[in-house]
Design a protein around this ligand. Structure first.
Ligand code: GLU
Length: 275
C-alpha cells in the first residue's frame, strides 16, 4: 500500500515535469515563430533595397554644390545627389531608383539607425568616433575645413580668431575641430548651413567654418564672401550605412570603384567641383 502511494507520487511528479518542460519548449517555439513570422528578424539593408527596388538616400537640401533643393523644380541637386543616382544605377540598374530624404549634420546618423534612410551621402566625414555608430564605404571625396569671411575682413586664417565669433553647424566635425584649433574664438552653432550662412550675412558672426567644399558653394552664391587661410583639417567623405551591413558596404564600394573606372565619377566631379 505504502509502496503504491510512493509510486503514484513519483508518477505524478514526472508527469508534472513533462508538462512543465513541454510548456517551456512550447514557449520557445512560439517565440521563434514570432521572430520568423510577424515581427520577423530584420532583413539586412541590401536585401530590403533589392526588395523595394530603390535606395533611400539621406542627403543635404541646403548645401550648394553637394545637395541643394532647387525651389523651381523641387528637385535636389549637387555632387552628392549625382553620386547617389549613379550608385543606384550601378546597384539597381537605373538611376531613377532612388528616393531622397533631407538630413542635417545633426540628424543624419539617427535617421540612418532608425531605418528612415538606407544610406547617407551628405558631405559626411569618416571619423573614428562616427565609426562607433555607423559603417562607412571607402572615401569618395576629399575636403578640408576652412573659414569663410566677408571680403576685407581682418581674419586671415585660424590664427586670427581670438575673441571672434565663429559660426558652425551642430553635429559637424567643423564645430568640434574649431574649438580645438581656435580655443579663444567664440563658437555659435546653427541647425544647418543655410541658417549659418544667413547668420554670417546678418552680422551675427565674423566667420563661418566648415569644409572648403561647402564654403566654395556659399562664396559662389555671394561673391562678397571668400575663403581664407587654406584648410586646417582633413575631411574624407564616406557613405554611411547602418552597422552590420557588410554586404551593402561591399556593394557600394564595388559601385564606387566602377564609377571611377568608367569615368562617370570624373564627369560628376567636373560638373560640380570647380576649385
Ligand atoms: N564634413 C563635415 C562633417 O561631416 C562637415 C560637413 C557637414 O556638416 O556635413 O561633419
Amino acid at each position: 500500500m505504502l509502496k503504491k502511494k510512493k509510486w503514484l507520487k513519483l508518477s505524478l511528479l514526472s508527469l508534472l515535469a513533462v508538462i512543465l518542460l513541454a510548456g517551456c519548449g512550447g514557449g520557445n517555439d512560439s517565440d521563434k515563430a514570432e521572430e520568423g513570422g510577424g515581427k520577423g528578424k530584420e532583413k539586412d539593408v541590401l536585401a530590403q533595397v533589392k526588395e523595394k527596388d530603390k535606395i533611400v538616400f539621406g542627403v543635404k537640401n541646403d548645401t550648394r554644390l553637394f545637395g541643394l533643393k532647387n525651389p523651381s523644380t523641387g528637385e535636389v541637386e549637387g555632387f552628392d545627389i549625382d553620386i547617389a543616382k549613379a550608385l543606384a544605377a550601378e546597384i539597381l540598374g537605373d538611376e531613377t531608383k532612388v528616393e531622397f530624404k533631407e538630413v542635417t549634420s545633426k540628424t543624419r546618423m539617427a535617421l540612418l539607425n532608425n531605418g528612415d534612410i538606407d544610406a547617407i551621402v551628405a558631405t559626411m566625414t569618416i571619423t573614428e568616433d562616427r565609426k562607433k555608430e555607423v559603417d562607412f564605404t571607402d572615401v569618395y571625396f576629399d575636403a578640408g575645413q576652412s573659414l569663410l569671411v566677408k571680403k576685407g575682413s581682418d581674419i586671415k586664417g585660424i590664427d586670427s580668431l581670438k575673441g571672434k565669433k565663429v559660426l558652425a553647424v551642430k553635429g559637424s566635425t567643423s564645430s568640434i575641430n574649431i574649438r580645438e584649433k581656435a580655443p579663444e574664438a567664440q563658437v555659435l552653432e546653427f541647425e544647418n548651413y543655410s541658417e549659418a550662412f544667413a547668420a554670417l550675412k546678418s552680422g551675427q558672426g565674423d566667420a563661418l567654418t566648415t569644409d572648403d567644399s561647402i564654403l566654395y558653394g556659399m562664396a559662389d552664391e555671394d561673391p562678397s564672401y571668400e575663403l581664407v587661410g587654406g584648410t586646417f583639417t582633413e575631411e574624407p567623405y564616406g557613405i554611411a550605412v547602418k552597422k552590420g551591413n557588410a554586404e551593402f558596404v561591399e556593394e557600394l564600394n564595388k559601385a564606387l570603384k566602377s564609377l571611377k573606372d568608367s569615368g562617370k565619377y570624373d564627369e560628376i566631379h567636373d560638373k560640380w567641383i570647380k576649385h
